[in-house]
Design a protein around this ligand. Structure first.
Ligand code: 6GU
Length: 201
C-alpha cells in the first residue's frame, strides 16, 4: 500500500539516517545517561540539526516513544490531513528529554508494549496514516467501513464456498436482501464489540 501511494504520487516517504547529522568523527548519536544507569540516550544535537534541514512550512514533528499518546484511528485520520510529517524514531533507552520539550509537536506510542526501536512503530503509524489519504485505497468506501472508523469492530466476512466441512455461511448473506444483510452486519459488529471491546461502546 505504501509503495502504491508513492507510485501514484499521493505520498513521498523518505528514511533518513540520523548519523548524517552527527558532527564528531565517530558520528555519535547517543551517549551515557546523566545520573547514571544502563544503556544510552539519544543526543539532541544531531536531531536538532536534522530538523533544521528537514523542517519546512507546516511541518509537524512527532517523536515515536512508548511514553507518547496512544495511537488510534482518530489520530490516523487527523495526521492523514497533514502535508509534511517528520517521525523521530527513538532507540536505546530513550531520547534526551529536551527533544520532546522543545523540538517536537506530539509524542506517539503505538500501544502498551515496548519495542527496541521506534522505527517499527513509525512504519505502523505510516501505514495507518497513508492508507487514509484520498486515492490511496482502490475503493474509497473501504476505509470508511474499517473497524474503528465506524467506532465499532468490523463484522465477520465470508466468501465461497458456501459450505466447507459443514461450516456454513450465514444464510442471510446469501439472501440478496440488502436491508437484512446490513442489519445483520450491524448486529454482529455490535455484539462483537460488546464482547471484546466494551470500552469502545
Ligand atoms: Cl512509538 N516506540 C517504542 N520503542 N516502543 C513502543 C512504541 C514506540 N509504541 C509502543 N511501544
Amino acid at each position: 500500500m505504501l509503495k502504491r501511494a508513492q507510485e501514484k504520487g499521493l505520498a513521498i516517504l523518505e528514511a533518513v539516517d540520523l548519523r548524517s547529522w552527527a558532527v564528531d568523527t565517530h558520528r555519535t548519536t547517543a551517549d551515557a545517561p546523566y545520573g547514571g544507569g544502563p544503556g544510552m540516550v539519544m543526543k539532541i544535537e544531531p536531531i536538532a540539526r536534522a530538523l533544521g534541514t528537514l523542517r519546512g512550512e507546516g511541518t509537524r514533528v512527532l517523536l515515536m516513544t512508548p511514553q507518547g499518546r496512544r495511537f488510534n484511528q482518530r489520530m490516523a485520520e487527523t495526521y492523514s490531513r497533514e502535508s509534511h510529517l517528520i517521525l523521530i524514531c527513538g532507540h536505546y533507552e530513550g531520547v534526551d528529554q529536551r527533544v520532546a520539550d522543545h523540538l517536537v509537536d506530539d509524542e506517539v506510542s503505538i500501544g502498551d508494549y515496548v519495542l527496541t526501536n521506534g522505527a517499527l512503530a513509525a512504519l505502523v503509524f505510516t501505514d495507518a496514516v497513508v492508507r487514509l489519504i484520498p486515492g490511496v485505497l482502490g475503493d474509497a468506501a473501504s476505509a470508511a467501513q474499517d473497524s474503528f472508523s465506524t467506532g465499532l469492530l468490523d463484522h465477520p466476512h465470508y466468501t465461497r464456498p458456501e459450505n466447507f466441512n459443514g461450516w456454513r455461511v450465514p444464510e442471510v448473506l446469501l439472501s440478496g436482501n440488502h436491508a437484512a444483510i446490513e442489519a445483520w452486519r450491524r448486529k454482529r459488529a455490535l455484539e462483537l464489540t460488546r464482547q471484546r471491546r466494551p470500552d469502545l461502546i
